[in-house]
Design a protein around this ligand. Structure first.
Ligand code: AMP
Ligand code: MN
Ligand code: MN
Length: 338
């Protein structure tokens, strides 16, 4: 089976631009292999995890060996996902050499963290929907128009001879609900709603997903939200809203990093705001979440600072102090027309 096809730029002289493989090519490779390791990105979300678990469960039906590798622990609100109890930072000692490592929901393999063994490119499959994906795999299934990595996986499931069980349907619906903000974001298109209806018809537990991910907030999370909102700043004639969370705030609220997730959406929802930023100043670096209301491309802004993501939602890790991060992100957003 072919590896990634390279094509020259339009003028024939440009760098080789890697292309995605077709559904048929990826399915043929999945059928050819007998052992798989699924890899999620650091600080995992419902898309990176749900996509891998869905495809892993499907491949198990075909008698394949499946493992799940992830640097960070499964967040509390995703432990309900089927098979999540098998996710760990372990590489089995008896893993076959021709195992296919499937990276889900990451624009580059560096997003998997620092604890992976050395893996040959020929043994990597990159399944993703981020803008600017680096096509790092020997096989790449990258569809930037898809709402979630899980909907990319659903294309593969339809092409494979597998049953979409209620467990698989719950994983796929989790990816969609995570990346559409429970059907709120502009990526909630008619096909996305049709796929969601299909998953519910196949037994996806939507009430469970809603309860675990979107309700059921810890007291500490809501307390931290209040502290972050108290510190929010409105700039650029009301077009830019930002705030931060630092170690001291986490300590006072008795919260941890998992409790920061929904803060940035409150900033973006402020009337007139076109770009919002949350600065997470703990664990030795400043991680930044960026959100757009539709005019500013926050993926391009994040990319200027070695981050990535999507037009409407992106992120980056800033090596430096909080004031430097605030200044750097502000400059990057202005360069994108803020
Ligand atoms: P978050 O704000 O963490 O929810 O992330 C929003 C989007 O940005 C997601 O699609 C992430 O995959 C992406 N993203 C977050 N952090 C980074 C980073 N350091 N590098 C590249 N992409 C990132
Ligand atoms: Mn993700
Ligand atoms: Mn995603």
């Amino acid at each position: 089976m072919s590896s990634t096809v390279g094509v020259k730029g339009a003028n024939g002289a440009g760098a080789v631009v890697p292309q995605s493989n077709s559904t048929e090519e990826v399915v043929a490779e999945l059928l050819r292999r007998s052992s798989f390791m699924f890899v999620s990105h650091v600080k995992p979300d419902g898309d990176t995890l749900g996509a891998g678990l869905a495809l892993g469960l499907a491949l198990k039906q075909l008698g394949k060996r499946v493992g799940y590798f992830q640097q960070d622990p499964v967040p509390r609100n995703l432990r309900f996902l089927p098979d999540a109890e098998h996710v760990a930072r372990d590489v089995p000692a008896d893993l076959p050499a021709d195992t296919l490592w499937v990276f889900c929901d990451m624009s580059d393999f560096s997003r998997a963290g620092e604890f992976l063994p050395k893996i040959e490119r020929a043994n990597m499959l990159d399944v993703d929907h981020h803008l600017g994906n680096s096509h790092f795999g020997g096989f790449n299934y990258v569809i930037a128009t898809e709402a979630s990595t899980g909907t990319c996986v659903l294309r593969l499931l339809h092409a494979l001879d597998v049953t979409i069980t209620p467990e698989i349907a719950t994983c796929i619906l989790t990816t969609i609900m995570t990346d559409t903000g429970a059907f709120m974001h502009t990526n909630t298109t008619a096909p996305v709603l049709r796929m969601s209806a299909e998953m519910i018809e196949l037994g996806a537990d939507k009430p469970l997903i809603t309860e675990e991910i979107f309700a059921n907030k810890r007291f500490a999370a809501t307390k931290l939200l209040g502290m972050a909102l108290e510190r929010m700043v409105l700039e650029d004639d009301g077009r830019y809203c930002w705030t931060y969370v630092d170690e001291e705030m986490l300590r006072v609220a008795n919260a941890d990093g998992e409790d920061t997730e929904e803060i940035v959406q409150h900033l973006r929802a402020v009337e007139g705001v076109e770009a919002a930023a949350l600065f997470k100043d703990y664990e030795g670096a400043v991680r930044v979440s960026l959100r757009s209301s539709g005019r500013i491309n926050v993926q391009a802004a994040a990319a200027m600072l070695n981050g990535g993501g999507h037009f409407m939602a992106s992120g980056l890790t800033f090596e430096g102090t909080l004031p430097a991060a605030v200044e750097g992100v502000h400059a990057a957003l202005r360069a994108q027309g803020l």
